[in-house]
Design a protein around this ligand. Structure first.
Ligand code: HEC
Ligand code: HEC
Ligand code: HEC
Ligand code: HEC
Ligand code: HEC
Ligand code: HEC
Ligand code: HEC
Ligand code: HEC
Ligand code: HEC
Ligand code: HEC
Ligand code: HEC
Ligand code: HEC
Length: 262
């Protein structure tokens, strides 16, 4: 009966070996996402409540191994966000800005300078700052954008030129990323100019001539310091060639474009 014992031993060993092995397999494969919550309740709650699109990824897609056996329980971002795909994904230190379990909640204030990271997606604003150099170009983006998509209003840092101006009016003349290039449309109210140009404002307001009806922006069109010539609205020579040859400048006689004193 000795050989039977040997066969029995091998058979039992085989059964035990494969049994344990496949049991282990089955056990790993049958761990579901719900199981994670049983031991990591708080962490799971964060993912489900604040996970944004990572909620849909699922714990098991990221955590493919588990301690003590698994030596790599923490996935690296480039596993799914290919650094070659976008400039942003080529950055270093993703986790300094994004928590993997709530990747869109960022406290920019706690980070160092974020400008380089912002510019990976918003290169237009970088170009705008280069094209219109100003003191703003030296500020970090987060000074004005404390949270993604939000903007600090100008008056948090500056005085308004006039009491009646509200935040949206600032943007009607200044580009936030190039504030020195002042541009505006036809609709800009004249009192927004007169607050700095009282003389011209009051000359026009007091005048009983037809220019009284015109807004500043009609003659100073689109851009600060632009001046339209009289001939853009009037005949170039309304009083006959002879007179205009003698007095080439309309203001030789009309003196002041605003008050129109002849
Ligand atoms: C039976 C309880 C239990 C279950 C179920 C469980 N874990 Fe864990 N997990 C632990 C314990 C305990 C630790 C700490 C182990 C250690 O540090 O060695 C841990 C650690 C971790 C770590 C941290 C590893 C590190 O290096 O910091 C991650 C990630 C993790 N678990 C993810 C998961 C995921 C995902 C699931 C679901 C698939 C899951 N766990 C299921 C008990 C569990
Ligand atoms: C997009 C990938 C991703 C998903 C999805 C994800 N995790 Fe994580 N998880 C990570 C990374 C990366 C870390 C390491 C964080 C760190 O270094 O601070 C981590 C850390 C952990 C830790 C250890 C630190 C802690 O917060 O306790 C646990 C436990 C954990 N995850 C559990 C889970 C569970 C449970 C789920 C699903 C409900 C889940 N994770 C979903 C990527 C992910
Ligand atoms: C297992 C794959 C996987 C891993 C690992 C992973 N992500 Fe993601 N992540 C995704 C998917 C899928 C999306 C959904 C959008 C997409 O397809 O890009 C996403 C979206 C995001 C988003 C945008 C979320 C939203 O709601 O718009 C951020 C931010 C992000 N990931 C950062 C990270 C960071 C940082 C890490 C490393 C800590 C990381 N991811 C690791 C798969 C992953
Ligand atoms: C300096 C901070 C910072 C760093 C570092 C950073 N990000 Fe971001 N990331 C952001 C900001 C800000 C957004 C815009 C957030 C939003 O869309 O609400 C963003 C958006 C994203 C998005 C969502 C938009 C999209 O294009 O799908 C993903 C995914 C992402 N980051 C992944 C990464 C990965 C991966 C890394 C590392 C290679 C990384 N980020 C490094 C700040 C950072
Ligand atoms: C991964 C790419 C990515 C990164 C990094 C990123 N953004 Fe964005 N940002 C976007 C996208 C996409 C939008 C949505 C654009 C839209 O709605 O037209 C957006 C929108 C914005 C908006 C609002 C736009 C609007 O029209 O209202 C601002 C402001 C903004 N981002 C500033 C920033 C700042 C500041 C940073 C750096 C802290 C940053 N972004 C980082 C992709 C990014
Ligand atoms: C977070 C603070 C902050 C916000 C918000 C802010 N600015 Fe500024 N701005 C500054 C600083 C700092 C300077 C440079 C010093 C100074 O002139 O006060 C500056 C300078 C300027 C200048 C002069 C530029 C130059 O190069 O001389 C203009 C014009 C200007 N800001 C307009 C605006 C407008 C319009 C807004 C709103 C769209 C705005 N600012 C929002 C901080 C800010
Ligand atoms: C001085 C304040 C200030 C600084 C500095 C600043 N922004 Fe802005 N940004 C604004 C304001 C104000 C808006 C306009 C919001 C609106 O139209 O309601 C804006 C709008 C945006 C928008 C929306 C699209 C657009 O151009 O109107 C993006 C994107 C943006 N900023 C990105 C950036 C980035 C990237 C940086 C850093 C390189 C930056 N900003 C620096 C104040 C600033
Ligand atoms: C009608 C157009 C117009 C509007 C509206 C306007 N600005 Fe200005 N702003 C200007 C002009 C023009 C200058 C340049 C003056 C110069 O060359 O010194 C200027 C200059 C500035 C300066 C530089 C410092 C100074 O006072 O000369 C700041 C800061 C400023 N504006 C902030 C604002 C803020 C904040 C608002 C909204 C409350 C605003 N501006 C609305 C036209 C405007
Ligand atoms: C914040 C004050 C401020 C506001 C608002 C402002 N200006 Fe000026 N403007 C100035 C200053 C300061 C100068 C002188 C600049 C110089 O000579 O460098 C000036 C110069 C001018 C000049 C003279 C150009 C030249 O060649 O002599 C005109 C025209 C002018 N502004 C029109 C306007 C009009 C029109 C508006 C309204 C849309 C306006 N300004 C709003 C401050 C302002
Ligand atoms: C009918 C056209 C017209 C209107 C309306 C007008 N301007 Fe002028 N403005 C001119 C012309 C033309 C000049 C150039 C005068 C010169 O060359 O001596 C000028 C010059 C100026 C100057 C430069 C200083 C000076 O007096 O030479 C300022 C500042 C100015 N205008 C501000 C204003 C303001 C503010 C308003 C609105 C309240 C306004 N203007 C409305 C035509 C106009
Ligand atoms: C933006 C257009 C515009 C510009 C530029 C303009 N004007 Fe006029 N002006 C008018 C309008 C409109 C009237 C009233 C209707 C008419 O007489 O054509 C007028 C009327 C006049 C009148 C008659 C005033 C009255 O009450 O009888 C004189 C004089 C005059 N303009 C001179 C000038 C001179 C000189 C210049 C250049 C310094 C000039 N204008 C620039 C639009 C303009
Ligand atoms: C030699 C002086 C002189 C010159 C130069 C002159 N004007 Fe006149 N202009 C007058 C006088 C005088 C009147 C009549 C005043 C009145 O009717 O109140 C007049 C009237 C006008 C009128 C209103 C009456 C009409 O004809 O419709 C306009 C518009 C006008 N001028 C435009 C101009 C323009 C534009 C120029 C430059 C190309 C110019 N003037 C140059 C003296 C001059």
């Amino acid at each position: 009966m000795k050989w039977q014992g040997v066969i029995c031993f091998f058979f039992c060993a085989l059964v035990i070996f494969f049994g344990t092995w496949s049991w282990a397999e089955v056990k790993l494969a049958s761990v579901t996402e719900e199981d994670c919550s049983k031991c990591h309740e708080d962490t799971a709650k964060h993912v489900y409540k604040r996970g944004a699109l990572h909620r849909e990824v699922g714990c098991l897609k990221c955590h493919v191994e588990h301690p003590p056996k698994g030596k790599n329980p923490i996935p690296s971002c480039d596993k799914c966000h290919d650094p070659g795909k976008t400039v942003h994904f080529g950055l270093k230190g993703c986790k300094t800005c994004h928590h993997p379990h709530y990747p869109l909640e960022m406290d920019l204030e706690k980070l160092g300078e974020v400008k380089a990271a912002c510019l990976t997606c918003h290169s237009d604003q970088g170009r705008e700052m280069e094209a219109h150099p100003s003191e703003h170009a030296g500020l970090d983006c987060k000074k004005c954008h404390m949270a993604h998509g939000e903007a600090t209003q100008c008056m948090e840092c500056h005085e308004s030129h006039a009491q009646e101006m509200v935040y949206k009016d600032c943007l009607s003349c200044h580009k936030p990323h190039g504030p020195k290039a002042v541009q505006y449309d036809d609709e800009v109210p004249s009192n927004f100019c007169s607050c700095c140009h009282e003389d011209e404002g009051s000359a026009l307001a007091k005048s009983n001539k037809a220019h009284h009806e015109l807004s500043c922006a009609k003659c100073h069109e689109s851009e600060h310091m632009a001046i339209s010539g009289c001939e853009s609205c009037h005949d170039a020579k309304p009083h006959g060639t002879f007179m205009h040859e003698k007095y080439p400048n309309c203001l030789d006689c009309h003196r002041d474009a605003h008050a129109l004193a002849e």
